[in-house]
Design a protein around this ligand. Structure first.
Ligand code: CA
Length: 229
């Protein structure tokens, strides 16, 4: 089955037409006719996108949007009857991703649905990538597996060596003091010796130098940074 699209619209005929168009495109439409049922359906069905009318019985679209935004960043396309109404919604900044004003062509709306889904997928993929994988020059670090590669080859690191390298690589070209590195990797509450950072840095440099990588730079009197040159 395709992705679920929740349509919250009290004009039954319009909701049905939109549902039919989405179904043709392989989506799975779920139609609700008031704000309260709409919110419930959102939590039960976990749709990939929401089409949300503004003027709705029981709970208006603005309240519905705010409520869902507190829990989820699912794409929301607002539907309004008047362009003036839409100006107000935009001014409120309630976190909708897109807006359409009636009357609109169902085909145009389907195109907007697809565009918003694409944008959202790209965004979430990027976030995943930036959290888990850091690429610096010829170095790739994967946080989830604590694995590292240099010039495409596996780089064997101890846990702490990995953590120091990862710490430096999340902010390349920024100078970190030994104390910052220590606190960042070991945590603030541990009693420790900044000099252990020096020892780890020395070992990391040796390991990287066997791949002819000289990314860890000493900034005299300040600390260390990860830099290509
Ligand atoms: Ca309405």
């Amino acid at each position: 089955m395709g992705q679920k699209i929740l349509i919250i619209e009290d004009e039954k005929e319009l909701a049905q037409i939109l549902g039919a168009y989405l179904e043709v495109e392989g989506f799975m439409p779920i139609v609700k006719h008031d704000g309260v049922e709409g919110v419930t359906a959102f939590f039960e069905e976990q749709p990939s996108l929401i089409l949300l009318d503004i003027m709705l019985p029981k709970k208006d679209g603005i309240s519905v949007c705010k409520e869902i935004r507190e829990k989820s960043d699912v794409p929301i396309i607002m539907i309004s009857a008047k362009s003036g109404e839409m100006d107000k919604v935009i001014a409120l900044g309630i976190g909708a991703d897109d807006y359409v004003t009636k009357p609109f062509s169902p085909l145009e709306l389907v195109a907007r649905v697809k565009a918003n889904l694409r944008r959202y997928e790209q965004m979430t993929n990027k976030n995943k990538l930036s959290k888990d994988e850091v690429v610096f020059g010829e170095l790739v670090l994967k946080k989830s597996s604590y694995s590292a590669a240099a010039k495409g080859q596996l780089l064997t690191l101890t846990t702490k060596e990995f953590e120091i390298l990862y710490y430096l690589s999340t902010n390349p070209n920024q100078v970190f003091t030994k104390e910052q590195i220590y606190n960042g990797v070991w945590g603030y509450n541990k009693l420790g010796d900044d000099n252990s950072v020096t020892v780890y840095i020395k070992r990391l440099r040796e390991k990287l130098s066997s791949y002819e990588l000289d990314y860890i730079k000493t900034v005299w009197g300040a600390g260390y940074k990860l830099a290509a040159e």
